[in-house]
Design a protein around this ligand. Structure first.
Ligand SMILES: [Fe+2]
Ligand SMILES: [Fe+2]
Length: 266
């Protein structure tokens, strides 16, 4: 079984019992069944609640690495326009991940159980560790390589979030008529999805600007690293054909990455 971003089956009995207690204390029935979750198992309200905590912690965990990646992009020997675009887009993504973690998912988690989500729930580990390797070295080529590997890894996580995690949360929310769920559905639609779509565009931008014109071995390395990121949050690996469809034929434009142009045709 994968390390499940959305899989309550991977949660320990102790954590699960604690979640059920918190919900019951606030008058929420933890055993109410909501239906099938992202990994095929039946999810109850306690499982949904734990998933919210995991998503909140994981989104927040994305803030520090993307903040570092923005700065690393200025030391990677890239053409000015590409370096500037990566700085702006990762800097914006850093702020957006924090916003999701605290404002959307963190608040919904708090509303249901009266406790803040713990960083220990993060599916991607401790942020400070993951950001250390993004500190710039003297050698710009090393920095460029680190940045590409990070972009692929993060893109893997982002694609699972956008295509599996958020749709699954939406479908669970639609099956539970609770005020927290009604608010969450609106915030996922209006805030989370447009921002996450841009994060996947940024992954596509890095691929087209730094990798697409390189050798098959380098492209394969980027795909492998994408799949490491997907596995981190319980996603299936992409094969070469699915990867090619995902990155599309063209690079997104800088304005699209920053949300200044909404439509993007691949
Ligand atoms: Fe996010
Ligand atoms: Fe994201």
């Amino acid at each position: 079984m994968s390390t499940g971003l959305l899989n309550p089956a991977n949660v320990s009995e102790v954590v699960y019992a604690q979640a059920r207690g918190r919900l019951a204390d606030r008058g929420v029935d933890p055993d109410l069944l909501l239906g099938e979750g992202a990994f095929g198992a039946e999810v109850d309200v306690a499982g949904f609640y734990l998933t919210l905590g995991t998503v909140a912690a994981t989104e927040k965990a994305g803030q520090t690495p993307t903040h570092s990646a923005a700065r690393l992009a200025l030391h990677a020997g890239l053409p000015n326009e590409v370096a500037d675009t990566l700085f702006l887009a990762y800097n914006q993504q850093s702020a957006e991940e924090a916003g999701h973690g605290d404002k959307v998912f963190g608040n919904a988690y708090f509303m249901l159980g009266g406790a803040a989500p713990s960083g220990a729930l993060s599916a991607v580990g401790k942020t400070d560790d993951s950001a250390t390797f993004l500190l710039p070295h003297a050698d710009r080529k090393t920095n460029k390589h680190t940045l590409s590997a990070f972009a692929a890894f993060l893109g893997g996580i982002e694609t699972v979030a956008l295509q599996q995690a958020f749709p699954s949360l939406v479908s669970l929310c639609e099956r539970w008529d609770h005020p927290v769920c009604r608010d969450l559905l609106l915030q996922i639609r209006d805030v989370v999805r447009p921002e996450e779509s841009r994060h996947v565009l940024l992954f596509r931008y890095v691929f087209h600007q730094l990798i697409a014109s390189k050798s098959e071995a380098i492209i394969r390395g980027f795909l492998d690293q994408t799949n490491v990121g997907r596995a981190q949050v319980g996603g299936e690996p992409l094969d070469r054909a699915a990867f090619t469809r995902l990155v599309g034929a063209n690079s997104p434009t800088p304005r699209q990455l920053l949300g200044k142009e909404r439509s993007f045709a691949s």
